[in-house]
Design a protein around this ligand. Structure first.
Ligand SMILES: CCCCCCCC(=O)SCCNC(=O)CCNC(=O)[C@H](O)C(C)(C)COP(=O)(O)OP(=O)(O)OC[C@H]1O[C@@H](n2cnc3c(N)ncnc32)[C@H](O)[C@@H]1OP(=O)(O)O
Length: 254
């Protein structure tokens, strides 16, 4: 039988997450511009203790990622950039503990968890857009983002797997926002219209109902006021073993 571990488990902490002081927030500004007076966002996506240099490295890496994608036929001379990047890697690599050590450190008691390095929302993760989620008083969560060339699937469109990834992530926040927790057990998705690159995407997710360990969630992606993607999923409440914790630690029980 599992016990409530929410107080000590950084993945299952429930409710409002702590903001990171001093973090730049272009997506929040954009969300406020779009939702205006009716929008009372509560930031769900960040944690205390972010290293501003690490966030800055992430941001510069993402600038490079976006600038490099599709550059092949432009005639750009990348020799100097390649050399600078080699030097940067030579500086960082020797200072970086092995991945198992870093994984365990993310989940130490009272530790940061993996939200800052998550592949969807992690500001320290170069492959993350990164998506910011906001919780609303009606229990739903939303996110607004414009994706560029690194996320292309069909010509000029967002890769369908990327849409599925972002909505699965948003489902996690929808649960979290209303104090539930779970893992995706079943996931259905309908791609109604192509989802454009380079255009703002409005995403919304909410818990439709829950009973016992089962949580049914729904989500949509709209662009230009038109429905592009809709998804439904069943989440099941479950505890996951936390890397680096001993067997009696919170979060170890299923
Ligand atoms: C902050 C960012 C958060 C981002 C979160 C993003 C979400 C994710 O990506 S989660 C990762 C992907 N998901 C996973 O890896 C989950 C893998 N699956 C599992 O670990 C297990 O199957 C798990 C935990 C879901 C359920 O297993 P278990 O705890 O043994 O439950 P189990 O007894 O099989 O099922 C419980 C109930 O759910 C039902 N159920 C389980 N799976 C399904 C399913 N796929 N479809 C329909 N019903 C299901 C069962 O029938 C059972 O129903 P009932 O109680 O009525 O008989």
């Amino acid at each position: 039988m599992s016990k409530d571990t929410s107080a000590e488990d950084p993945w299952h902490s429930g409710g409002k997450l702590h903001p990171v002081l001093g973090t730049r927030d272009p997506q929040l500004a954009d969300a406020q511009r779009v939702w205006g007076e009716d929008f009372e966002p509560v930031d769900l996506s960040e944690l205390e203790g972010a290293d501003p240099h690490l966030e800055d490295v992430g941001e510069q890496m993402r600038r490079l990622r976006d600038a490099l994608t599709g550059i092949a036929d432009s005639g750009a001379d990348l020799a100097e950039a390649a050399e600078l990047l080699r030097r940067a890697a030579d500086i960082v690599e020797p200072q970086s503990p092995d991945q198992a050590t870093r994984l365990a450190s993310q989940w130490r008691k009272g530790g940061p968890g993996a939200r800052r390095t998550n592949p969807v929302g992690g500001t320290e993760n170069v492959i993350a857009p990164p998506l910011r989620a906001f919780g609303h008083p009606d229990g739903s969560v939303s996110a607004r983002i414009t994706l560029g060339l690194p996320y292309q699937g069909p010509p000029g469109c967002v890769h369908g797997g990327m849409s599925a990834l972002m909505l699965d992530h948003l489902f996690g926040f929808a649960n979290h926002w209303v104090g539930l927790r779970g893992m995706t057990a079943h996931y259905e998705i309908d791609y109604r219209k192509p989802t454009p690159l380079l255009e703002p995407l409005d995403m919304k997710a909410w818990v439709e109902s829950h009973e016992g360990r089962k949580i049914w969630v729904r989500a949509t992606i709209e662009s230009g006021g038109e429905l592009r993607v809709e998804a439904r999923a069943l989440f099941i409440s479950a505890n996951v073993p936390l890397p680096g914790r001993d067997a009696t630690a919170p979060g170890e029980e299923r």
